[in-house]
Design a protein around this ligand. Structure first.
Ligand SMILES: *[C@@H]1O[C@H](CO)[C@@H](O)[C@H](O)[C@H]1NC(C)=O
Ligand SMILES: *[C@@H]1O[C@H](CO)[C@@H](O)[C@H](O)[C@H]1NC(C)=O
Ligand SMILES: *[C@@H]1O[C@H](CO)[C@@H](O)[C@H](O)[C@H]1NC(C)=O
Ligand SMILES: *[C@@H]1O[C@H](CO)[C@@H](O)[C@H](O)[C@H]1NC(C)=O
Length: 323
């Protein structure tokens, strides 16, 4: 059976954290809440994603985990990973988190994005960031877009239908407003790039690639404490896999982020974040979404947990005027 960007973890069973009263006071030991956005073809009820949440709670006891869902049933949530307008999906998540009774009272939250969920959480930071994100960790995300995906599972008709539509007419507003992966499709070849700039409903905007740059996007990324980018060493699903690192791959050459104009001109705040030591590139072995619990465990220990962990010193909740 082919798995298509769904999370396939090899987690050992992790115990449930005890229920605790969640109040957030300055310098207390309460872990920051963790928001998780899953990938294409996955859903909030999938045991894989539930186990990740359980592990996060086991590593940092007392963590409130919140798995983002865009539909009330597992099927509707999965469908929304293929179909929908990302402007509206991100806005829906922004509204939900801002209205959440606990998340909205936290001094900050941490965020964990798998595959496309990673660039969507980045969009949350850039566009809304209320409650503000301290550390954002993304695994195998398509931050610089995709030029192709491997094929769908043999009987995955939703996936097949979606990609038939993408290949048909990527840049029509019909496709751009409905098909999720088309909204981060990006081909840097000279004859393709103009169409992308003109028509991309998501990525060209969120990466500030157009002439008019959004200042808020840049400020919000620069305000993160850490942005941790994981690339899967043998990722065979995401093409190119280096998209996880914001690298530009044009067929013959790979240009690292730090050699790109988006960095030297700091379109989205990555250079500023890098200069304060907050931008991290990490490679993990295996194919797309191969996640041993040891990798997750280490990541959760290092970047999530209480406000006063070593990696998190100095992050202060921003005043309403700053947001
Ligand atoms: C995380 O890894 C450490 C060893 O590095 C281990 O002692 C601990 O039990 C693990 N925690 C969980 C929740 O798996
Ligand atoms: C920039 O993004 C923010 C947050 O989404 C939005 O409120 C603002 O209108 C945008 N500014 C411009 C010039 O588009
Ligand atoms: C996506 O939704 C936004 C907000 O409703 C809308 O302004 C935009 O035109 C839509 N995108 C497309 C390609 O239709
Ligand atoms: C890729 O980029 C390099 C360096 O900018 C350039 O020399 C080369 O012609 C490009 N290749 C393609 C296929 O665009």
């Amino acid at each position: 059976m082919k798995l298509f960007l769904a999370l396939t973890t090899v987690l050992s069973a992790a115990g449930a954290a005890p229920a605790i009263q969640r109040t957030f006071e300055d310098n207390d030991d309460t872990p920051l809440p963790l928001v998780i956005w899953h990938g294409l073809g996955d859903n909030f009820a999938n045991p894989g994603i539930q186990e990740v949440a359980a592990l996060a709670e086991a590593v940092n006891p007392g963590t409130l985990t919140h798995i983002i869902k865009l539909g009330d049933s597992a099927a509707a949530d999965r469908q929304a990973t293929f179909l929908g307008n990302l402007t509206e999906q991100v806005a829906q998540v922004c509204a939900e988190l801002a209205a959440h009774p606990i998340l909205s009272t936290a001094p900050a939250i941490d965020a964990l994005g798998f595959s496309q969920g990673g660039q969507f959480l980045r969009a949350y930071v850039q566009r809304c960031n209320n409650p503000p994100v301290r550390n954002l960790v993304t695994f195998g995300s398509q931050h610089n877009g995709i030029v192709d995906f491997r094929e769908c599972g043999a009987t995955d008709w939703l996936c097949k239908g979606a990609f038939a539509l993408l290949r048909g007419n990527t840049w029509s507003s019909f496709v751009q407003s409905r098909l999720v992966p088309a909204q981060y499709y990006r081909n840097p070849a000279a004859d393709q790039y103009e169409k992308y700039l003109e028509n991309s409903n998501f990525l060209a905007d969120i990466n500030n690639e157009r002439v008019l740059k959004n200042k808020t996007y840049k400020e919000n990324i620069a305000r993160l404490e850490n942005l941790v980018l994981y690339m899967f060493e043998d990722d065979r699903l995401v093409i190119p896999k280096e998209s996880a690192f914001f690298e530009e791959v044009n067929g013959t050459e790979i240009t690292p982020l730090r050699a790109r104009k988006m960095y030297s001109e700091d379109w989205i705040g990555l250079r500023e974040l890098d200069r304060k030591g907050g931008l991290h590139f990490k490679v993990t072995p295996g194919d797309h979404m191969t996640l041993p619990d040891s990798v997750l465990n280490e990541t959760f220990k290092e970047y999530f947990g209480p406000m006063k962990t070593s990696k998190a010193r100095g992050f202060a909740r921003l005043g309403a005027d700053d947001l």
